[in-house]
Design a protein around this ligand. Structure first.
Ligand code: UT7
Length: 336
């Protein structure tokens, strides 16, 4: 069995900055409320027609491939995590393959695990590399939330939180088993599927044909719903559990962590985890202040930023952890 390691990282966010004050002009909210409850100061929104989940994913991927030192023809497989694909189907994995001009028939897999999407995608890629099936895998997390959010006061509990952006990584085979990804841990609890969900358009109870036919402005099933406090309470518990699970599997303890990259759901959640594991400010990288919650893109964006800042160095123990809709959650333990 091989290990896999991060050979290259990249990210891309749209230039269009939307501040809390900008949002307070279109709904009943305030900079004070948003910062106090979430830590967010601003987020990025795509400009319609200019950027999409796929195009941002391509930009992040180009940077990751270039930094990996690999030729794009050496990419064996693509795993693309998103909850906001350009098309209902096919997913953006195949579109990235075409746009990047990767080898004509490399496989592409789309992952639907929302905020845990990147952690799930990395875990999938790691298994393929471990078994020797593939050697170099492009993993992307990219999201375009802004076109699908309710920017009226009705939607303020959700729409102020999410932002657009993309991050990517190239995972490659590592022959030294003490280096690279040491383990990944994935969980879900489908019992709470509807606590954070976008129900329509779907082929279940909310048929697209009915929504179009009824054209009802009060129809809310096509706006994301979140039971915020319930999600928050579950997040702090599951984040802690799954980080500990990963550490214990590798006979490590919180004191061994050099860098924690938590999914950027809420600064208060990250700060709670930081306090619980007694980590200093420079052992946790947060950027939710600038980008909001970019779901599957948040970890690869934050990891790339931390790496660019020299906060992730060879030999460091790096922990990725996420929790989100599903509920799904997971962690990745890496010896960089
Ligand atoms: O990434 C996936 C996982 N997601 C998460 O982990 C998110 C977890 N949850 C949270 O981060 C928090 O629950 C939120 C930030 C979403 C909400 O914060 P909260 O402290 O739980 O607020 P709340 O939902 O209990 O709402 C408190 C009040 C309500 O008013 P009343 O009923 O007390 O009068 C809301 O209507 O704040 C109101 N409110 C707002 N006020 C101003 C909700 N959204 C806003 C807003 N601006 N944007």
């Amino acid at each position: 069995m091989y290990n896999s390691r991060f050979a290259g990282l990249g990210y891309y966010v749209p230039e269009n900055v939307v501040t809390n004050d900008d949002l307070s002009k279109v709904m009943d909210t305030s900079d004070e409320w948003i910062q106090e409850r979430t830590g967010i100061k601003e987020r990025r929104h795509v400009i319609k027609g200019e950027e999409t989940t796929m195009t941002m994913g391509v930009k992040a991927a180009e940077q990751a491939i270039e930094r990996s030192g690999l030729d794009k023809d050496e990419i064996d497989f693509i795993v693309f995590a998103t909850l906001s694909p350009d098309y209902y189907f096919p997913g953006p994995g195949v579109m990235v393959q075409k746009e990047l001009g990767l080898k004509r028939t490399v496989g592409a897999l789309d992952v639907r695990n929302q905020c845990s999407g990147f952690v799930y995608a990395v875990s999938v890629a790691d298994q393929y590399i471990k078994t020797g099936m593939y050697k170099n895998i492009l993993v992307i997390g990219s999201e375009t939330h802004s076109p699908g959010l309710d920017f009226t006061t009705r939607g303020r509990g959700v729409s102020v939180i999410f932002g657009d952006g993309a991050g990517a990584a190239v995972l490659t085979r590592e022959e030294d088993n003490s280096k690279g990804i040491l383990s990944t841990h994935l969980h879900s609890e489908g019992e709470h599927a509807e606590e954070l969900a976008l129900i329509a358009p779907g082929m279940g109870r909310h048929w697209v044909t009915d929504i179009i036919k009824n054209n009802d402005p009060e129809e809310t099933s096509y706006w994301p719903y979140m039971n915020g406090q319930f999600v928050f309470k579950n997040a702090v518990v599951r984040f802690s559990e799954v980080i500990m699970e990963g550490l214990k599997t590798n006979e490590l303890s919180p004191a061994d962590i050099d860098m924690l990259i938590p999914h950027q759901a809420n600064l208060r959640i990250s700060q709670f985890i930081q306090g619980k594991f007694k980590l200093s400010d420079d052992q946790v990288h947060n950027n939710i202040m600038k980008y909001g919650n970019t779901t599957a893109a948040s970890i690869p964006i934050a990891l790339t930023e931390a790496w660019e800042l020299g906060k992730v160095k060879e030999g460091d123990l790096v922990v990725l952890a996420a929790f989100g809709s599903g509920f799904t959650w997971g962690s990745v333990i890496i010896r960089w």
